[in-house]
Design a protein around this ligand. Structure first.
Ligand code: FES
Length: 118
């Protein structure tokens, strides 16, 4: 079932908007006129991702700069290590990992953006 989440005009290309649908906190992203929906909380420490940067289809977390592919939710890179210990940090350290983001299907119709919910 698709549920109305926003108006297309409210999210410019390269823009993002946080919405809550059926108890899920979601960020709608506009990548060159196509819309994608990913979970709002960063897979590392839960930062609100709409406060990050959307560059093409790459969403960068505002807190520690983990990056995600908004098309799939896949984590592309983990959080940045904190200097100056970074050269000694183990990349396998759980503190330096993030998880993929949940995604939802999106469709547009009549100037509105709908998110598919189960
Ligand atoms: S909370 Fe997003 S990278 Fe740490």
């Amino acid at each position: 079932m698709f549920i109305k989440a926003a108006e297309e005009k409210d999210i410019a290309p390269g823009g993002m908007k946080a919405v809550v649908l059926n108890g899920h906190e979601i960020v709608l992203c506009n990548y060159e006129g196509d819309f994608y929906a990913v979970e709002r909380a960063c897979g590392h420490s839960g930062a609100r991702l709409e406060r990050g940067a959307l560059t093409g289809w790459i969403l960068t977390c505002p807190l520690h700069y983990a990056q995600f592919d908004i098309r799939t939710g896949s984590a592309l890179s983990g959080p940045a290590p904190a200097p100056p210990e970074s050269i000694h940090q183990n990349p396998a350290d759980p503190a330096l990992r993030t998880k993929d983001l949940k995604t939802w299907p999106v469709k547009t119709e009549g100037g509105l953006v709908y998110i598919g919910m189960q």
